[in-house]
Design a protein around this ligand. Structure first.
Ligand code: ADP
Length: 157
């Protein structure tokens, strides 16, 4: 079964890696969709975010990483994804995700499967990584090695 994991991944964190690895173990195949939201200001551009996702997850056989444009449910259908897989952290994730899952299900019938965030990553988000790294903090415990390298390279510029 092909599981679809979508996000902006700015940048990919160990929390994302954990969810994608677990989805891969459960469902056998994973497609990662890297989206862009025009109202957001990004730390890494689109190409960089895709490259960082590929670099962080290269150990997963058959993993695909594609740019996301348009509706997630259309993207899922075009790529033959069986379900959407999401990580759930706090109750606030749930409120938002339930709304999305209901809308997606009513649009095409696609189901959303939730995996609980692993203990060590429950409070981890790309947003907090961007904030801490912009101010020069050490994020090495929270991001894959290739992301740490990219963050360090940006600082050196
Ligand atoms: P963020 O919410 O960190 O800015 P994204 O928009 O890229 O990241 O999130 C994509 C998906 O990854 C969402 O389903 C979100 O719930 C999940 N996710 C993000 N961080 C974590 C984490 N630390 N643990 C589990 N799931 C996560």
């Amino acid at each position: 079964m092909l599981a679809l994991c979508a996000g902006s991944f700015d940048p990919i964190t160990l929390g994302h890696v954990d969810i994608i690895e677990r989805a891969h173990a459960l469902f056998g195949q994973v497609l990662v969709a890297v989206g862009t939201n025009s109202t957001k200001e990004y730390l890494f551009d689109y190409e960089q975010r895709m490259e960082l996702v590929r670099g962080a997850l290269g150990h997963l056989p058959g993993l695909k990483v594609e740019p996301l444009s348009g509706l997630l449910v259309d993207f899922a259908r075009e790529h033959g994804a069986t379900m959407i897989v999401k990580g759930l952290r706090f109750a606030s994730d749930f409120d938002f995700e339930l709304q999305q899952a209901h809308m997606n299900q009513s649009l095409t019938g696609i189901e959303t499967v939730y995996l609980p965030a692993s203990k060590g990553y429950v409070t981890l988000s790309s947003t907090i990584i961007r904030q801490v790294s912009k101010l020069g903090g050490d994020v090495s415990g929270y991001v894959p090695a290739n992301v740490l390298e990219a963050i360090t390279a940006r600082r050196g510029r």
